[in-house]
Every structure is written in C-alpha cells, then in structure tokens.
Design a protein. Sequence first.
Length: 217
Amino acid sequence: MDAVNLEDRPQSGEVMVNGKPYLPDAKGNLVPVEAIKPADKLEDETVRKIIGHARELSAQIGRFKQHTFTDLSDFEALLAQEYGATKGGAKGNKTFMTFNGLMKVQVQVQDSIDFGPQLQIAKGLVDECLNEWSADSRPEIRAIVTRAFNTDKAGQINRAEIFMLLRLDIEDERWKRAMDAIRDAMRVVGSKTYVRCYERGSIEDNWQAVTIDLAKA
C-alpha cells in the first residue's frame, strides 16, 4: 500500500482508500473506520479537537509575544529618539506602567548559569573545612553543602544551594577561597527574556498576574 503523507490527511485523520475511510493505527497500519470501536473513535476525535484548539492557542500566544516585543521596542525607540537613552537596567530588566498605575508589563532577562572545573576545587576546600570542624558543629552548613554538591537525576548541580553557600559569612580562609572558586566557576551559557503582565484594582491592592501559563490558569 502506498505511503500516506501526514500533511495530506484531513483534520479527522482519516485516509480515503478506494472511496472508503481508514485510520492509521500506532504501527502505521490502515484500519477501516467501521472496524474501530466507537469508544476508540470518540477518544481519537476528542484528542484531535483539543490538539486543534491547542495549536491555535499556541500560535496566538506566539503572535502576542512577537507583537508585545515589537510594541515595546517601538516605544523605546521613541524614548531613545527623544531623550537619547533607553529604559531599564544593564541586564534589560524593565517595567512599563499605565498612567493610573493599575497595569504594568515587566520584561525580565534571566541568565542560564553553568559551572566550570573550578567548582571541584571549591568542593575540595569546603570538604577540608568540614573535616576539620567538629562533627557536631554547624550541622546546617553540612546539610547545605551536601545538597549543593549532590547532582540531580539530570546530573545538574543544585544552583540554589550553591548560591546559599555564597551567602554564608564564614571567616575561614579556605572557605573564602572556596567561595572565590565558585564565583570563578560561574559562567553564563545563555539567557531568556520573559514578559509578565500584572494588574490591580486600586493603588492599595496587590499586583495580580495576568495568567498565560496553562498550568496556572
């Protein structure tokens, strides 16, 4: 039987062969629609309907994101033309607000951080400190260190716990060298720009996010 082009299929997924409708199964075999159980056919139709709406929504969100960045860029271009400066900080974090202070759009740039080989040097120095300190002292620090240098299932270092180590105020010179090694190990491997929208009923109210994330809607 001739191969079937997925893009040539109608929205129902049916394939016409000699004037009769067929549906391909998970193995690629064409099954006559009349031979498919009604429950299986209904499930197929339901999933296709939901996926169709999801595709439309995904495309709409993509257009919204593009329009948002275009609108903000156009506005900033006007500011730069008038004042000779751009809005926001060095990392691109910016807040745009309505005149009445009840709506705002925040643009945030989030760096993706990885760690170089200096991290292993830092771990060695930290281990030296822990081994010389009393076994009963600073148990909370030991717990943080354990969590920080243990990798997760994907082999990733716990970044939040690493940053917590950097905030600890410890005078031991080896500890300070370890923290310097951690800072030297940090390297930005990429960044993402996020747009978040907020609104509130009055100046006294807390900001409420305008939800776009399906999981939080």
